[in-house]
Design a protein around this ligand. Structure first.
Ligand code: ADP
Ligand code: MG
Ligand code: MG
Length: 900
């Protein structure tokens, strides 16, 4: 079983005593704080009831029941149904109607809802409690036969699909037949007689596909409905969604059983979905869609195209009430105010209007893009809804990436005409070749292609494909459709509802205004405008808003960690500095050896047979290195730059194929055989555990001498130009104190030699430190610290060596490890705080035992990962270092770490 229970409140054999929490006028057991127990939906239904909002009464079966259901081998916990029966009794009293009655039946919905929202991933059944007799009762009681059978056919369809496992298409085919026979397109145009026929057809479909009839007993329906929701916790798409979103430690889903209210009784009824502010941009403007005469799922499913709530006041008039639209709109505006004041955040709501009366069915904090998160947080501080600290804590640090992503160049766009304009469902600028199924998108992305996933409308089954595609394009579905909601949650570019796009999934083609595009064609989609273009449109760097600067200013105020960057070129250094980097934490020197003539000199050095030849080759490299360092020191003037000496094994600089070796031989005027034999001599079985890092400088000290000379000369050259260079020399892959002692002495000697040679009398602040990236270095950090002015944890190598996973090959088995939950996350992306983290903590402690003020940082992928940054804060590092684009993320994550 894959559910992890970090919070064990129950033992294996014992059912929790209170399993059902009621919400209604009679009593309300739960509250907003109980999201883990009641799920987000259940906790908020209870909470909204408590603050007096119009919520249909109901009750919630706890997530502990779901946990028990799986622990006991897929059986409902003992006693649950007794508590359900009791709650149903209360519900009957509250509504003055009887569940299972044949005259005027009480109907309920059965709704899933975990602690964290998983839009559309699990199941819901509406209108439970209807059967062949009570449908007649409902028709009589309401005087509305069409409505009663509409409710029944929905129940049969949803129940058949969710509880009895009948394929939804089987129902759709029957509905299409009836619509055709009545000559209508919309489901709302099918009359009562048609719906009666449809219900009979649906019952036959169920019997045929499920091998048993639709259960007529209301209580049986309810029990099986509850069970089905628990089951839906473990369907593959739900499991996958939790993996992608790193949702761990949840007990399961709660089940909400709630009195039905009917949005499908006529033109004074309706249903809708809304955000209290724009979830794409963050603009403080109510943002929703609704349908007249419809039940909940219709809006999201994209069956009919919903109308924007903005127009409600003008467009919605019913026979019984000309002003219904105006009234409901005013109600919505009031709800926005109440909810935002209460939850102090943007809400994503579901509502239904039954005969002009407004009901709230759900509220939750709205998923939003990174840009919207920043704007909303800043606006809410201005509106005094929240304070600065709350604002800083609330913005998901990783989502800032979205603000730093490029957008389409307006000039390039002006030259192109959009093929079609859909809805701007989730901002961003994406291009790619077309993929027509989720699996295809996953496969082709894995193979290295950039693809756009093109679907009529996405379904929860598609999450994997949506996640891996560069962007998503749908032809139906509105701004609150599945694709739109999920894409915004991830900050993935999405254009929805591009109706002019006709998709032929079988032939893997789309036609747009007479033109055809297939799997080899590239389209560009602009998720901020909804435009779709043929071909690839050029992109430009983003401009950062004033709100972004405000958030960064707040972050800087609260964080304790400094943030540096990993940069090897002046351009990267400058960009990172613009993003707020306070120095370079890792400047790799090997990249400097690859370009143009440098690689030739490098190869000459590697092929040299004696020290003299090697020194001669290194001399050619010196001016290049010096120039690079001057560039970087200049870009970072006044800020420290940690330069790591040569790290990779030498064979990485030599070609491994005969043709490449022949070319090298020619250029260097040596025999091809010599090159070949040198490559063979340098071959290693485990290059990552081989002759690299400081081991190179032990064997070939002249490499260190050349590099340190270049650093010192560059620093002196900068000082001459009044540029304050602060180099820090970092010796990689140290595992013993002795390695560092020897190389430190060598470096110090070189610094002194260069100063003497250059007759430099001023002060040069050059410190010498090491990377801690071999477990032994962490274990003996107290000794190593004797010769180190600073430590920088190289957590990529440290992870590799602690786990014994080759980071270059790990993907052959890592996915299995994640699937089996052997590992929670990729340890190369997010620091394994339990294991590798111990070595980091120990390294810091032992290092500071020797030198209490030892400066300690981290470089490598983990330096830009919010969870890892939190850990770095906890163990008392001085700084993190990450790639330039992650610098703002690190600043925010560091503040969040300081504010918990
Ligand atoms: P999801 O999590 O997929 O949104 P929900 O449980 O929220 O599933 O329900 C799906 C749809 O059915 C929503 O639009 C919701 O508003 C509607 N719905 C659920 N319960 C009721 C009810 N008791 N009366 C009317 N509509 C309901
Ligand atoms: Mg919902
Ligand atoms: Mg390393």
């Amino acid at each position: 079983m894959a559910t992890k229970t970090t919070k064990k409140t129950t033992t294996k054999s014992k059912s929790p005593t209170k399993m059902v929490y009621y919400f209604g006028k009679i009593k309300t057991d739960g509250n907003a704080k109980q999201k883990l127990l009641l799920g987000g939906k259940g906790a908020n239904l209870a909470d909204m009831t408590s603050i007096g909002l119009p919520v249909p009464a109901g009750f919630t079966c706890t997530t502990e029941c779901c946990d028990q259901y799986y622990k006991q081998g897929r059986k409902l916990p003992a006693g649950l149904m007794d508590q359900v029966h009791a709650a149903v009794k209360t519900l009957e009293k509250e509504n003055g109607k009887e569940f299972g009655s044949n005259t005027d039946p009480l109907l309920v919905s059965v709704r899933s809802g975990a602690a964290q929202s998983m839009p559309g991933m699990m199941d819901t059944v509406l209108n439970l409690g209807l059967n062949d007799e009570s449908v007649v009762g409902l028709a009589n009681a309401t005087g509305n036969e069409r409505f009663a059978y509409d409710a029944y056919r929905r129940l049969l369809n949803m129940y058949g699909d969710v509880v009895m496992g009948v394929d939804h298409h089987a129902f759709e085919a029957e509905f299409d037949k009836i619509k055709k026979s009545q000559g209508v397109k919309l489901d709302t145009d099918v009359d009562a007689a048609g719906l009666i026929k449809l219900c009979d057809a649906y019952k036959n479909v169920i019997k045929k596909h499920a091998g048993m009839p639709f259960p007529q007993d209301a209580m049986k329906q309810l029990e099986l409905g509850i069970t089905a929701v628990f089951k839906s916790w473990m369907v593959p798409r739900a499991i996958r969604y939790r993996q992608i979103n790193e949702m761990i430690g949840l007990l399961g889903t709660a089940v909400n059983v709630q009195t039905m209210v009917y949005g499908n009784m006529g033109d004074d009824c309706g249903t809708g979905v809304a955000f209290t502010r724009n979830p794409s941009t963050g603009e403080n403007k109510f943002y929703g869609e609704f349908l007249v005469n419809a039940q909940g799922e219709d809006v999201v499913a994209g069956i009919r195209t919903p109308q924007p709530c903005e127009e409600m006041a003008k467009t919605w008039k019913s026979k019984s009430d000309k002003n219904i639209g105006k009234k409901i709109h005013a109600e919505l505006m009031n709800i926005k105010k109440v909810l935002e004041k209460h939850y102090k955040d943007v809400q994503d709501i579901e509502f239904t209007i039954e005969k002009g009366k407004f009901y709230m069915l759900q509220t939750r904090n709205g998923k939003r893009t990174g840009a919207a998160a920043v704007k909303i947080a800043c606006d809410m501080v201005k509106e005094k809804l929240i304070d600065e600290k709350t604002a800083v804590k609330r913005i998901p640090a990783g989502d800032l990436t979205q603000l730093l992503l490029p957008s389409f160049d307006p000039k390039a766009k002006a030259r192109a005409t959009p093929l079609v304009v859909g809805l701007p469902a989730s901002p961003g600028a994406a291009f790619g070749k077309l993929a027509f199924t989720a699996e295809e998108a996953v496969e082709r992305t894995h193979a290295g292609e950039k693809v756009l996933l093109v679907r009529k409308e996405t379904s929860p089954e598609d999450v994997d494909g949506m996640h891996s595609a560069a962007g998503i394009l749908t032809s139906t579905g509105g701004m609150t459709s599945h694709a739109a909601v999920v894409a915004r949650g991830w900050g993935k570019c999405c254009v929805a509802g591009a109706g002019a796009v006709h998709i032929d999934e079988k032939k893997k083609k789309i036609t747009v205004n007479g033109k055809t595009y297939g799997t080899k064609d590239v389209l560009s989609i602009d998720g901020s405008t909804g435009e779709v273009f043929a071909g690839e449109i050029g992109r430009i760097e983003p401009k950062l808003s004033g709100d972004f600067a405000t958030v960064m200013k707040w972050a800087d105020k609260y964080r304790k960690l400094k943030v540096r960057t990993n940069a090897d070129s002046p351009a990267d250094a400058k960009r990172a500095r613009d993003f707020g980097a306070e120095g370079i934490g890792l400047c790799r020197t090997e990249h400097m050896f690859f370009e143009g003539e440098r690689i030739t000199a490098m190869r000459e050095m590697i092929l040299a047979e004696n020290v003299g030849d090697r020194e001669a080759a290194l001399k050619k490299l010196l001016p290049y290195q010096r120039k690079d360092f001057i560039g970087i020191f200049t870009a970072m003037k006044g800020l420290p730059v940690t330069v790591r000496l040569l790290d990779p094994p030498l064979h990485e600089f030599l070609p491994h194929d005969a043709k490449g070796q022949a070319e090298v031989a020619k250029v260097l005027k040596v025999s091809p055989a010599k090159v070949k034999s040198r490559v063979a001599a340098l071959h290693e079985a485990n290059p990552m555990l081989g002759h690299r890092g400081c081991r190179l400088s032990i064997t070939y000290p002249e490499i260190l001498t050349m590099q340190v000379t270049a650093i010192v000369e560059a620093a002196i050259a900068c000082k001459a130009k009044k540029i304050d260079a602060i180099p820090e020399i970092m010796i990689p892959l140290v595992g013993t104190k002795k390695e560092l002692s020897i190389l430190r002495a060598k470096a110090e000697q070189t610094i002194a030699d260069v100063k003497a040679a250059k007759k430099f009398k001023g002060k040069l602040d050059i410190t010498i430190g090491t990377m801690i990236e071999i477990p032994r270095a962490a274990l003996t950090a107290d000794l190593i610290a004797q010769d180190a002015d600073f430590f920088s944890f190289g957590t990529n190598d440290l992870t590799q060596m602690t786990f014994g996973y080759s980071r270059d090959d790990v993907n052959s088995f890592l996915p299995d490890y994640i699937n089996h939950e052997i590992l929670e996350k990729d340890p190369f992306q997010s620091l394994d705080t339990t294991g590798v983290g111990q070595l980091v903590a120990m390294g810091v402690d032992k290092g500071r035992q020797t030198k209490p003020k030892l400066k300690v940082g981290i470089c490598g992928e983990h330096g830009g990962d919010p969870a890892s940054i939190r850990f770095c804060h906890t163990v008392g590092l001085d700084y993190v270092s990450c790639s330039p684009f992650r610098v703002p993320i690190a600043r925010l994550a560091a503040a969040q770490a300081a504010l918990v």
